[in-house]
Design a protein around this ligand. Structure first.
Ligand SMILES: CC(C)=CCC/C(C)=C/CC/C(C)=C/COP(=O)(O)OP(=O)(O)O
Length: 450
């Protein structure tokens, strides 16, 4: 099924998680950061290229001084660690952008944020983008965007007929990114809390009961499956599912759209369960999926990883007597990592991006043809040498240079003057970032990389 291109996460429940364990709130935030890194790996494995997280809202400044300072410190430390040799950025290939009102952050944090942005903007072979929304709320972002347009009108760089929804969108912090497809909020709270409201206007929203640091892969998979279940392309998917199960002669002859050897039954089972309503309940579908994963992990990976797993009340996989350490990894990690790979194949009908032996070549080798629904590219070209082409992504707030890409003068929906206005804003932003970070950005990476 479709994989969200842009996932937004409200990482809620850190303090409650810490409290449950008799620990300080700050410890919960540290755990929360670790969970973020884990979730980002799941995202990359599944082909989710843009992830935006709510790390600190402007409202959070109202928390105790101690907690605010701890969060600022944590962010500063993590930004610095991210750009170390073999640190997060190098390891994952993710460009990190810090979005929000940077002027509200202490100077040290501003510098660390600027450095992680300049450093990661120059990564070769980018795999995706992480937007860390810090000192951010949508209302603030929209007011800033409106203010910027007002300034443009005042100084004559914009005229009234340049003002449009498109321009306003491009003036937002994440204005050039693809729209958010899926919002996940943890901890059982069912609010959006002023997070990426404009960008999420067509998104599916998934509320998970799990506290953020306790989010398991099973919870995450439930969100993706729910997204798929509600996808606009449902009809398309249904046809595809029918084709896979032999019900539609215009399909690919019942061949499975996966590059996994031997996963045809997994697809048939999953797709018919999910899209033909054969499953007794959604929980049953998920359980069925996990059963399939377990079975195929053993068969396809050739590893005796999971013979039997059960989930505890938090949805975490628990050992049930038969598993073992695989390749030096503790079995739960091994199981979860391999599940991700397999699940990537099943959910996206493509292998987990750039996982060795699971690239497009392996599909060709297996003689498997992939079918796609209309307009559902969703970053599926991810396994080329340059897994994600970010040439359309700006260096500033992520303005997409559609006009440049398409060879036209301006982005669709923007007048030439509005386009120039956006370009100028972007330049100013980068000037600020590079001055703060004390580093010139080699922007040729964009041409090189793509
Ligand atoms: C640098 C970086 C990206 C850091 C990320 C660390 C992190 C996970 C921050 C989230 C902070 C936050 C306000 C979470 C909301 O949970 P809460 O504290 O409101 O918990 P509660 O709902 O249980 O009170």
């Amino acid at each position: 099924g479709p994989i969200p291109q842009h996932l937004a996460i409200v990482m809620d429940g850190n303090r409650r998680f810490a409290k449950q364990q008799g620990r300080e709130a700050e410890e919960g935030h540290k755990d929360g950061f670790q969970k973020l890194v884990e979730v980002l790996r799941w995202c990359l494995d599944l082909g989710i290229r843009y992830v935006s997280v709510y790390a600190f809202s402007t409202e959070n400044f109202k928390r105790s001084q101690r907690e605010v300072e701890a969060l600022m410190q944590l962010a500063e430390i993590k930004y610095k660690e991210m750009i170390e040799e073999n640190g997060f950025c190098q390891d994952t290939g993710m460009e990190v952008r810090v979005l929000g009102d940077m002027s509200m952050a202490p100077p040290n944090l501003q510098e660390a944020a600027a450095r992680v942005m300049t450093h990661s903007a120059q990564l070769k072979n980018k795999q995706g983008v992480l937007n860390i929304c810090f000192a951010y709320t949508s209302s603030h972002d929209m007011a800033e965007a409106a203010g910027a347009m007002q300034d443009g009108l005042s100084d004559g760089s914009l005229q009234m007929n340049d003002i449009s929804e498109c321009l306003l969108e491009r003036c937002l912090c994440a204005g050039g990114d693809p729209p958010v497809d899926l919002v996940v909020r943890t901890s059982g709270e069912t609010r959006l809390s002023d997070f990426l409201l404009w960008q999420s206007r067509c998104a599916h929203i998934h509320f998970s009961e799990a506290l953020w640091p306790a989010l398991s892969f099973r919870h995450f998979a439930a969100a993706i499956l729910e997204f798929q279940r509600h996808a606009d392309t449902r009809e398309d998917l249904r046809n595809e599912a029918l084709a896979y199960t032999g019900g539609n002669s215009s399909g690919n002859g019942g061949q499975v759209g996966s590059n996994h050897v031997g996963s045809s039954r997994a697809h048939e089972g999953l797709l018919s369960a999910v899209f033909n309503g054969a499953a007794a309940s959604w929980a049953a579908s998920l359980q069925g999926l996990l059963d399939i994963l377990q079975e195929h992990s053993v068969k396809m990976m050739g590893k005796d990883i999971i013979r039997r797993c059960e989930a505890d009340s938090n949805g975490n996989l628990q050992q049930n007597g038969h598993s073992e350490i695989v390749n030096g990894r503790y079995w739960v990690n091994g199981a979860v990592r391999d599940e991700v790979g397999t699940l990537g194949g099943i959910l996206g009908k493509m292998p987990a991006p750039c996982t060795p032996g699971m690239g497009p070549e392996s599909g060709a080798k297996n003689g498997v043809t992939r079918r796609r629904g209309k307009g559902r590219e969703n970053g599926r070209k991810a396994c080329d040498k340059t897994p994600v082409c970010l040439s359309h992504v700006s260096d500033s707030c992520g303005q997409r240079e559609q006009g440049v890409d398409s060879g036209e003068g301006a982005s669709p929906g923007l007048t030439g003057r509005a386009q120039a206005f956006i370009e100028r804003r972007r330049e100013q932003w980068w000037k600020w970032v590079t001055a703060k970070g004390g580093e010139e950005v080699d922007r040729t990476f964009r041409e090189d990389g793509c």
